[in-house]
Every structure is written in structure tokens, then in C-alpha cells.
Design a protein around this ligand. Structure first.
Ligand SMILES: Cc1ncc(COP(=O)(O)O)c(C=O)c1O
Length: 390
């Protein structure tokens, strides 16, 4: 969570006083946020969900992904990206990232096979994937693109908003995200038919409540509705978002300018448009990265738990559902899908993650604290150089 305060308290209090906590009523907070979020991104439709995971799952269901399908996911993302694929009955195929720590477009091209239906580019740590290259490869292989922008809410790629470039985009508003309502998410798309299915996937009675029952697309799904509390908080958070991103982007550029002669920044695709949530620095060896992170006040990405595929235990162990008969790994339709996972299958990704250090920015960092951060990074680099290499 970056910023929250009196305005959110007031907004929640208004909802409590109104007694209208359920989302379906005219002029409701959820509806207002959805309209504003769609406008902000330049897309036609947005639908709030209970979480980023249910947003990704609804996006999969919206385009009919299911048993028999493979969906490509990167080796570095929160486990939920792969879990959403399994929730739709399909099989995640895990492929390499590059030094940006986002999906390598060449790895995507190499991995796309006859059963591959979709790809999920994940905009990790507020960065943007190379969406031009990914959209190009996806078009060549006839893949649906579902952007996972859960960690990059409000970010962009060369002037286009993340989440709006692929066929669908998914966002998380959990406690750790750029804007938050505690727990929450959203799906966006320009595709009207897919949007109807999203609404159904999030709430199997969405069409009853909105008075458009005749449009009911007809399938059962678990409920993942948002309440008016989430809508009210997000309407305030959205007002804060541009200022927060502006501050983090300025910090990122300041850090980059001040340290790039001392330590190598990781390459990135869209410095002016991504979120600026962190600075990534690439060391030569894992040992250097560990020592550097300790001194600079950062984290080596290999140590970020379930953001690395080797830590996705239920996925790697083929535990894809609560019941064997529903387990995508056991379904006959998925027999031809690639699911032989091993800890070293994306060795290049592991090497990059072992050598990449993340130092986070925060919208409220004072000018003084920012200079301290820079001094720590430079000091850590100088010590490494003194020991024989930065
Ligand atoms: C990249 C990514 N995808 C998906 C999710 C899932 O979001 P949620 O925790 O809201 O379900 C997260 C959340 O941490 C995430 O970081």
C-alpha cells in the first residue's frame, strides 16, 4: 500500500451511511470506478472482481480457454498467473524471461506450439513487457494475449496503458499494489462479447442484477463480486494514482542517473511510461548480488518466494484442483499438453533472478531519503569494486 487516508475513510463512511453496500444500484461506487478505470485506460469495458487471481481466471473463461489448451506464462510472476490457467482447466507452459525480468518474446516464439491458445505477459515490479514484440509473436502464432498488469496498475508501454494492449487485461488491488482497496481486482477489454462472459465469470447472476437477463451467456462460475466499499476506496485511490506514479518515475530516473556509472541497471522497455516502482540492478554473479543487496537495502529477485516458478509447489507437483477428477493435469483432453516441469527448466531465468537486485521506490520518499538511497547503492557498488567487481 502506498497512500491511504481521510478521503478513503470518508468515502467508506458515506457507503455505510447510505446502507447500500451491494454493488448493483444506479450511481453506485463500483460502477463509477469501472467507468473511470475504462476511461483511464482507453478501453470500452472494465469489471471489478474480488482479486487479481479471479480477474485473471475470468479473463481466461471469457475467451473460452479450457481443457486441451496450453497457456504460456513467464518463469517470473506470482504463482497466481499459473493458477488462473489451471482454474480454467488448461495447462500453463512456463517459459524464460530476459534481463528485463519480463517475458522474453523470443522464448515465447520458441515455445508456441500447436496447442498453445494464449500467452500471459506479466508486467512485473511495475515494469512493462515488450508489448510490441509480444503482440507481433502472438499474431504470428494466433495467440490470445491476456496481460497480467496486477503489479503495474496505471503503468504504460510507450504511451499505451498496460492492460489495454492485449485482448484482455487483469489488475490486482490487493494491499501491496499501486492502488488498493485491501483486496480486489479488475478485468478490462474492448471485446463486448468477452466482457459479457467476464461479468458472468465474476457473478453468475450479473445479468439478473443489471436487468439484462436476456443477454445471459449461460455458464456457472464462482462468485467474485466486489462490494461498494471496494468501489468507494478505489474511486479515491484513482485520484491519487497519477501523482504517486509521477513521484516514483522521477525517483527511478534520479537513481538511474546517479548510479549508472557504478552499477549496471537492468534494461527496461519503457522508462517514461512504466510505474517506476523499483530500480533493478544487474550484478555479474549471485554472490555479488547477495552482498550488494544487503548493503544497498534491496532484495535479490531469486529470494522473492512465489514470484519464481521453482516456488510454485502445487503447480510443479501437478496439484491443479481440489479433486482428482477436476485436475487439469489428469484430464484426458490435456494429455498432449506440455507439463513436464522441472526445477531447472528455465535455467536462464534463474541465473538472471539470482543476479538481479531490486531497490524499491515509494511515492512519499523525501528528497533527503532519496539521496540516502543513492548513497547506499553507490557505497555497495564501491565495496564490490574494491573486492574486485561491481
Ligand atoms: C503478477 C501477479 N499476478 C496476479 C496476482 C494475484 O492478485 P491477487 O493477490 O489480488 O489475487 C498478483 C498479486 O500478488 C501478482 O503480483
Amino acid at each position: 500500500m502506498y497512500e491511504i487516508g481521510q478521503e478513503e475513510i470518508d468515502a467508506v463512511a458515506r457507503v455505510v451511511r447510505s446502507g447500500r453496500l451491494f454493488r448493483y444500484h444506479e450511481g453506485g461506487e463500483c460502477e463509477r470506478f469501472e467507468t473511470r478505470w475504462a476511461e483511464h485506460l482507453g478501453v470500452r469495458h472494465a469489471r471489478m472482481t474480488a482479486s487479481g487471481t479471479t480477474a485473471l481466471t475470468a479473463a481466461m473463461m471469457a475467451v473460452g480457454i479450457g481443457p486441451g489448451d496450453e497457456v504460456i506464462v513467464p518463469a517470473c510472476t506470482y504463482m497466481a498467473t499459473a493458477v488462473a490457467v489451471l482454474a480454467a482447466g488448461a495447462i500453463p507452459v512456463i517459459v524464460d524471461i530476459d534481463e528485463t525480468t519480463t517475458l522474453d518474446p523470443q522464448a515465447l516464439a520458441d515455445a508456441a506450439g500447436p496447442r498453445t491458445r494464449a500467452v500471459v505477459p506479466v508486467h512485473m515490479w511495475g515494469l512493462s513487457c515488450d508489448m510490441d514484440a509480444i503482440m507481433h509473436v502472438a499474431a504470428e502464432h494466433d495467440l490470445i494475449v491476456i496481460e497480467d498488469a496486477c503489479q503495474a496498475v496505471g503503468g504504460g508501454f510507450e504511451g499505451r496503458m498496460l492492460g489495454s494492449i492485449g485482448h484482455l487485461g487483469a489488475f490486482s488491488f490487493n494491499y501491496y499494489k499501486n492502488i488498493t482497496c485491501g483486496e480486489g481486482g479488475a478485468v478490462v477489454t474492448n471485446d463486448g462479447e468477452a466482457f459479457q462472459r467476464v461479468a458472468n465469470a465474476v457473478d453468475c447472476c450479473a445479468f439478473y442484477w443489471s436487468g439484462r437477463d436476456e443477454e445471459y451467456p449461460g455458464f456457472t462460475a464462482n462468485s467474485a463480486r466486489a462490494s461498494e466499499f471496494e468501489g468507494a476506496i478505489l474511486n479515491v485511490q484513482l485520484d491519487r494514482l497519477p501523482g504517486m506514479l509521477d513521484s516514483m518515475r522521477r525517483q527511478k530516473k534520479r537513481v538511474l542517473a546517479a548510479v549508472r556509472d557504478a552499477v549496471r541497471p537492468s534494461p527496461c522497455h519503457s522508462l517514461d511510461h512504466e510505474c517506476g516502482a523499483s530500480n533493478l540492478l544487474l550484478l555479474d554473479t549471485p554472490e555479488q548480488a547477495e552482498a550488494f543487496a544487503r548493503e544497498a537495502g534491496g532484495v535479490v529477485l531469486i529470494n522473492t518466494g512465489r514470484h519464481v516458478y521453482t516456488e510454485w509447489d502445487p503447480v510443479l507437483r501437478h496439484r491443479g484442483a481440489h479433486h482428482d477428477a477436476l485436475n487439469p493435469f489428469a484430464l484426458p483432453q490435456n494429455r498432449g499438453c506440455r507439463m513436464d516441469y522441472s526445477p531447472d527448466m528455465c535455467a536462464r531465468s534463474l541465473d538472471i533472478l539470482r543476479r538481479t537486485v531490486r531497490v524499491d521506490n515509494h511515492p512519499r520518499t523525501s528528497a533527503e531519503k532519496l539521496e540516502e538511497r543513492i548513497e547506499r547503492i553507490r557505497g555497495a557498488a564501491a565495496h564490490l569494486a574494491g573486492r574486485g567487481g561491481a
